[in-house]
Design a protein around this ligand. Structure first.
Ligand SMILES: Cc1cc2nc3c(=O)[nH]c(=O)nc-3n(C[C@H](O)[C@H](O)[C@H](O)COP(=O)(O)OP(=O)(O)OC[C@H]3O[C@@H](n4cnc5c(N)ncnc54)[C@H](O)[C@@H]3O)c2cc1C
Ligand code: FES
Length: 425
């Protein structure tokens, strides 16, 4: 663009702005544009001195804010003297009120669904309005308002949480969390009415086809999020068969929601009380989802309502192990069961920014299913729904375990703090 890096001079007493070519790029934070006292600041990764990394880009803001402060020194001093909000500008006041109303997230209620699963319902109108099934949010509490236990603030790491359901009219959004580590366990300690960070929705809405036969495989928590996808599929005249897998029969929740959005459910449990089907067409299977699928295909659960050779699409959401098992079963024990179909998994890569292709923490390795050769990786926070046959599950498993030491320490520390609180009352 031919912009020169220049710095700013304030010339008293007129306070006019004069830009001069910079001799030291480190201290140059303005482009050459200068018109009627207006200038354009230049920060971040595109700046030649601060290019190269996020840390350098942030350093440009750290060093450059002084230049802006100098430009507005008088206004800042006046504002600091009178730090009550300026309501004289009605338009501005209305604008900020709308921002507060739409973009702040507050906890409405927290419901325990099972001994290890909690539902968090927040009021977050814009986030709820924009949600489409399959998308997720970045949930975190504020350090400044986090509860203090044993002298320690319970501050969460950022959590990726799929939207379970929304009520856009009421501005409500539900997220359902499996309490696996420290941060997910802190959800039940959030204060009702308190503010939380709910960034999103992020990720990509799950593709909802019209008039297809769709097989859903939900493992554990996957069942919390699949019903919004199932609901959307039914609205598009799809026929939906749902294999819902649980470690224990006691883990089941929201049966009504699942039944309302499916033609048939096969409830699968590894242990505990069996789940008693409530509709004539539904079944229970003691064992894994894969065993249940084989039994269903072979007619051991009665005449299949939606035979596998009529399935157009499989969507699996669950642990990496469960989704990999679905991928493999289609090549082995169920090899002849399906006709050509699309098979998608919702890939729960490690995440950090969740801002779609910024930090690269969520990069998922992909391989060509024919040759096994590595191909272009995918940012899972950009699109969590990935073709099962392309995902490198070994890589996913390794990456999901990369923080396991820190996660274990975090959990032990939280347990210690909570037991300490119980001891001292
Ligand atoms: C797209 C997507 C959707 C998901 N949807 C859901 C959902 O709806 N419900 C649900 O329950 N789970 C969901 N998950 C999984 C959920 O995000 C993880 O289970 C959760 O992050 C684990 O948190 P934790 O309780 O183990 O907390 P922690 O152990 O506190 O870890 C939270 C995160 O921070 C990292 N971490 C921990 N300590 C450190 C440290 N010291 N330094 C750096 N990093 C650290 C961890 O590796 C982890 O990624 C989803 C994941 C993805 C990717
Ligand atoms: S999590 Fe940061 S780019 Fe995906």
């Amino acid at each position: 663009m031919g912009l020169r890096i220049v710095f700013v001079l304030l010339i008293p007493p007129m306070k006019s702005v004069d830009l001069r070519p910079a001799t030291e790029l480190e201290n140059a934070f303005f482009t050459s544009y200068c018109s009627n006292g207006r200038t354009v600041t230049f920060f971040g990764d595109a700046h030649p001195y601060y290019a190269g990394s996020v840390v350098r880009a942030m350093a440009s803001a750290r060093n450059g804010y002084r230049e802006i402060s100098a430009l507005f020194a008088e206004d800042i001093a006046a504002a600091e003297q009178n730090d009550t909000p300026d309501d004289s500008n009605e338009e501005l006041a209305v604008f900020f009120a709308r921002l507060r109303q739409d973009y702040r997230a507050t906890v409405v209620r927290i419901e325990r669904l099972t001994p290890t699963i909690v539902e968090l319902i927040v009021r977050a109108p814009a986030a709820a309005r924009k949600f489409r099934p399959g998308q997720f949010y970045r949930l975190q509490n504020y350090a400044s308002t986090a509860p203090i236990v044993g002298g320690q603030r319970l501050v969460m790491e950022a959590l990726a949480m799929t939207g379970a359901w929304t009520d856009p009219q009421a501005g409500l959004l539900s997220m359902i969390a499996l309490e696996v580590g420290a941060s997910t366990r802190m959800i039940s300690h959030l204060a009702v009415g308190g503010e939380v960070v709910v960034m999103g929705p992020t990720g990509t809405p799950t593709h909802i086809p019209y008039g297809e036969n769709v097989l859903l495989c939900g493992g554990g928590l996957g069942n919390a999020v699949l019903f919004s996808i199932a609901h959307a599929l039914k609205a598009h005249q799809c026929r939906v068969i749902y294999f819902a897998g649980y470690r224990n029969g006691a883990d089941v929740f929201k049966m009504d929601h699942i039944e309302a959005a499916t033609d048939q459910v096969i409830w699968c449990t590894d242990a505990g009380e069996p789940i008693v089907p409530r509709r004539p067409q539904d079944r229970h299977w003691r064992g894994t989802i894969i065993e249940a699928m084989v039994a269903y295909h072979q007619g051991q659960l009665g005449m299949p309502l939606i035979p596998f050779n009529s399935i157009h699409r499989i969507i699996a959401i669950g642990s990496d192990g469960m989704m990999n098992a679905v991928r493999q079963a289609r090549k082995t024990v169920l090899q002849t069961a399906f006709r050509p179909h699309i098979a998608i998994g919702s890939i729960n890569s490690p995440m950090q920014c969740m801002m779609k292709e910024i930090c690269a923490q969520c990069l998922q390795k992909h391989r060509d299913p024919e040759t096994g050769r590595e191909v272009v990786p995918v940012f899972s926070c950009f699109n969590q729904d990935q073709e099962l046959d392309r995902v490198d599950f070994d890589n996913l498993r390794d990456r999901l375990r990369m923080n396991s030491v820190l996660e274990t320490l975090g959990t032990s520390w939280l347990e210690y703090l909570l037991s300490y609180e119980q001891m001292v009352g």
